[in-house]
Design a binder for this molecule. Structure first.
Ligand code: CU
Length: 204
């Protein structure tokens, strides 16, 4: 019988590659977040917490919530617990940024330009305001995972690199009547996607 030594080597290489991929494979995870009427929700947060509690040993990514034209931008921010957040003020007037929310109360006394960073060590929802301008509001969701994303106009969120495994996947939005409510599902990846979440929103 004739054999192809070259081909055999290729086959062995391919088999090794398959094993390597399956053990470390990361997948894009897509979720769709809708309200009680089936309408897509923009600026919802979707995050995945590994069931086995194992998180990568990476530093939580810092974030920035700026002030411009007497508004916070972005309106919704999500960070991993332990992240540092800057609040730069790009207006010519001073702002006094604060939160009375339970996870972490803080106040940045009236300032312009750069702010002192604030480190958020507890999970939960932070409602952020300005003591001078009552209409200014922002939401910061602090989660215990680096795997999170916000939804766009179409209500879809993509977690670009979720390692294969089992997760509690949670969805949240600031327009819920109960600000601390979550919609939750247990997901084993790879899963049929998108995974759909439904949230009960207050009327606008
Ligand atoms: Cu202000």
């Amino acid at each position: 019988m004739f054999t192809f030594p070259q081909g055999q080597r290729v086959a062995h290489f391919a088999a090794a590659l398959t094993v390597a991929l399956s053990s470390t494979h990361v997948l894009a995870f897509k979720a769709q977040v809708r309200d009680q009427n089936g309408a897509p929700i923009e600026d919802a947060v979707v995050y995945a917490v590994p069931i086995d509690g194992r998180l990568p040993h990476t530093r939580p990514a810092p974030a920035m919530i700026m002030q411009k034209n007497k508004m916070f931008m972005p309106l919704v921010t999500v960070v991993q617990k332990g992240a540092s957040v800057d609040f730069p003020n790009h207006d010519d007037i001073g702002h006094d940024v604060y939160s009375f929310s339970d996870p972490q109360r803080f106040e940045l006394k009236i300032y312009r330009g750069a702010s002192h960073p604030v480190v958020f060590d507890k999970t939960g929802v932070e409602v952020i305001g300005c003591n001078i301008h009552d209409t200014m509001i922002a939401y910061l969701l602090v989660v215990d995972t680096p795997y999170f994303a916000k939804t766009g106009h179409d209500g879809t969120a993509t977690l670009p690199d979720l390692p294969r495994g089992s997760y509690r996947v949670l969805a949240w939005n600031y327009r819920q009547h109960d600000l601390d409510a979550r919609s939750e599902q247990t997901i084993q990846t790879p899963a049929a996607m998108p995974v759909t979440f439904s949230l009960q929103l207050d009327p606008r």
